[in-house]
Structure formats: C-alpha cells, structure tokens
Design a protein around this ligand. Structure first.
Ligand code: NAD
Length: 356
C-alpha cells in the first residue's frame, strides 16, 4: 500500500524529532512492504518567516490532500511578542479546526523500565499505570469569544467557555468506544460544582453512558483529578475531559511517565485522517543540539499506523522496539535527570531502528 503523509516539522526541536519518526516509518515500510510518501509543509514560526503567516493556505490544502499528518511542534522566543492571531501556536488551533479534528487521544503509560525515572514514590507506582486521556479539541475556552473591555477596575480581558451538547456527546462517544477496547472504565472530569458548561458536560456524558452498558462511568472534579493523578494514577483507565482541563492534566500525566518527551498523541475527527504529534512543545532551550527525546514523536507515528491506516502489527512493532530499547537501559538526557550516559536524538533513533 502507498500512504501520503503530510509532514509539519515546525520549529525548535520539531525538525529533529520528525526526522527520527520518518526514519522509523521508512524502516517499517521496508520491513512490511509499504510505501510512505512524505510531503513537507511549513507551519508555525518557520511559516511566518517564509510567508508572513503561521498557517499558509498551501499547508492546509496539503494536509487535507494527505492520508494523514505528522507534526513536530511550533513556537519559540523569536515569535513570542507577535499579536495573538499571528503567533505560531495559532496555527495549531487552525490546522486542527481545518481538518475537523475534535478528539485528542493522549495515552500515558509507565514503561516498567522507567519506574526509576518516575517522580512518584515506588509504592505508588509498583503496579505501573496505563491511562488514556480523551481531550475535547475544538471547543471550550480556547475557541470561545474573547477580548478586552473597560470594567469596574479599568482595563480587563475575558475568555469564554462554551460547549454544545453535540460537542460533548461526540467526545463522550469517542471515550466510551476507547474504553470498550481497554479496561471498560471512563472517568469524566469537570468542574460541575462551579461551571454551567461542566453541568451540561456531566448530564450529557451520563446520557451517552447509557448506550455503553459494558463501560462504567464515574465523575471527578478537576481539582481532585489533578491530585488523584499523583496519588494513585493506576485507578484511571480512560479519562474524558474538556479542551483546557485535558491540556493541563495531560502535561501532569506526562511527567509521571518519566518525561514529557515520552507522550504521543492522536487528533481524530469522523474519518481516518488524523494529526499525530508529541504532546510537548518545541523545546527551544535544547533545539538543534541533538538532545531531544524522539520517542513521543516515534510513538505518535505508531499511533498513525494504528488509527489512520489500521496497520496494527506495524504499530505494535514500533511500540515493542521502544520498549526493548528502554529495557536495555538506553536513555536520552531528559530521562536521566542530570545523570551521565545519555544518547542523542540520532543515536536513540538508531537504537530503535536496530530493535526493529
Ligand atoms: P516545551 O514542551 O517545549 O518544553 C518544556 C520543557 O520540556 C523544556 O525544558 C524542554 O527542553 C523539555 N522538553 C520538551 N520536549 C522534550 C523532548 N522531546 N526531549 C527532551 N526534553 C523535552 O514547553 P515550553 O518550554 O513551555 O514551550 C516552548 C515553546 O513550544 C513555546 O513557544 C510554546 O508555545 C510551544 N508549544 C508548542 C506546542 C505544540 O507545538 N504542540 C505545545 C506546547 C508548547
């Protein structure tokens, strides 16, 4: 089979980690007889510098013409002072919205070999954890009405959270379907003791839950969830939550897996085309130094094979190769927390290729 993959390298460490994933996909292509055709497009700061826009129309058209899209990361200090609508990060919201991707899957699991790198006490993670955050991606406060106005105390700014029943229902379906394929438990996270949007969220999730009798559904307030994630992460199977709560909780979940450089993500809509990217940013502090951990991006490529192309054996092979490399003791610097012996981005990728 031939698959056309749009490549959005982006800024900072983006080009280095996307190149690692491309090498891994090429190896998979060789081994399993697939042809991956890579089509690069500009996004973020790189696109701003070249065209004056963070998300040029050619990039959107190219992504919509691809079978799936792999993204590195965007942003950096060079573009930090630009107005909000011209910042590189604006391109992320734009491409997700143009591709109509409303479901963001963020798996977080503690590899047995990384138990020692987890900042939680050994007795808390002795059984490991394996959870999936299902984050709503195109609604809520990141997309609501916003602006400045003069209020009681002078200048003030506001952002608005708005969710429709339809938006909540479709993300709830995605979470229940995922739970059916996993351990059958959904925790819906909201702030229903304060927010009206959360009360609609909770009511809608429970209506949808009735269609999935094999799945249990419980609610948790977001402040409690932030605490439970570090108190007892193994209690969670699938977490479903809003755009902003999912953004914040998934960074917390990433840290207890050992490093933010470990967590992949998939953004999906109604069809098979998706956008796959690590959950971390462009890490300008380590860009261009062969220091970045490529694993989150390599695992994002594995998610692409699984969710967009239904290439399950190929996805399993990548995940097993990462497991084997970590079990053999190989680490990038972010996983060693100052201890010596780190591999660079290229050398870690070489190890994953060798394990494949
Ligand atoms: P970040 O995730 O880029 O970096 C946070 C810390 O984690 C840094 O110390 C960085 O060196 C480290 N880190 C991140 N990924 C790593 C990896 N693969 N290997 C090793 N270490 C890694 O977050 P930040 O510093 O808050 O943001 C930097 C820029 O990225 C900003 O411009 C921000 O807006 C942007 N950003 C982009 C995305 C995206 O493209 N999806 C997401 C978050 C932040």
């Amino acid at each position: 089979m031939e698959y056309r993959i749009g490549l959005l390298r982006g800024d900072g460490i983006g080009p280095e980690i996307v190149d690692s994933a491309v090498r891994v996909l090429e190896k998979i292509g060789e081994k399993y007889g697939h042809r991956f055709v890579f089509a690069p497009y500009l996004i973020g700061g790189a696109a701003l510098d070249a065209t004056g826009e963070p998300l040029p129309p050619e990039t959107v058209a190219g992504c919509l013409a691809s079978d799936s899209v792999l993204l590195g990361a965007v942003g950096g200090p060079k573009w930090d002072d630009l107005p909000g609508d011209r910042r590189p990060e604006k391109a992320l919201l734009g491409i997700r919205s143009a591709m109509q991707l409303y479901t963001n899957l963020r798996p977080a699991r503690l590899y047995p070999a990384l138990r020692g790198e987890c900042p939680l006490r050994p007795d808390i993670v002795q059984d490991g954890f394996d959870l999936l955050i299902v984050r709503e991606l195109t609604g809520g406060i990141y997309f609501g009405d916003r602006g400045y106005r003069t209020g009681k105390y002078g200048e003030e700014a506001y952002d608005t959270e708005c969710y429709s029943r339809t938006e909540i229902a479709r993300i709830a379906h995605a979470a229940f379907r995922a739970a059916e394929r996993r351990r059958g438990r959904v925790t819906s996270i909201d702030k229903a003791n304060v927010l009206e949007t959360s009360r609609l969220w909770r009511r809608t999730v429970h209506e949808i839950a009735g269609e999935y009798p094999e799945v249990t559904c419980t609610d948790m307030l977001v402040d409690n969830a932030a605490m439970q994630l570090v108190r007892n992460p193994s209690q969670f199977d699938v977490i479903v939550t809003s755009n902003m709560f999912g953004d914040i909780l998934s960074d917390e979940a990433s840290q207890i897996t050992g490093s933010i450089g470990m967590l992949p993500s998939a953004s999906l809509g109604d069809g098979t085309r998706g956008l796959y990217e690590p959950i971390h940013g462009s890490a300008p502090d380590i860009a261009g130094q062969n220091l970045a951990n490529p694993i989150a991006t390599v695992l994002s490529a594995a998610m692409m094979l699984r969710y967009s192309f239904s290439l399950t054996a190929e996805a399993d092979a990548i995940e097993a190769a990462v497991d084997a490399v970590l079990s053999a003791g190989f680490r990038t610097a972010d996983l060693l927390h100052g201890r010596p012996g780190a591999l660079g981005t290229v050398e870690m990728t070489d190890r994953i290729l060798a394990a494949l």
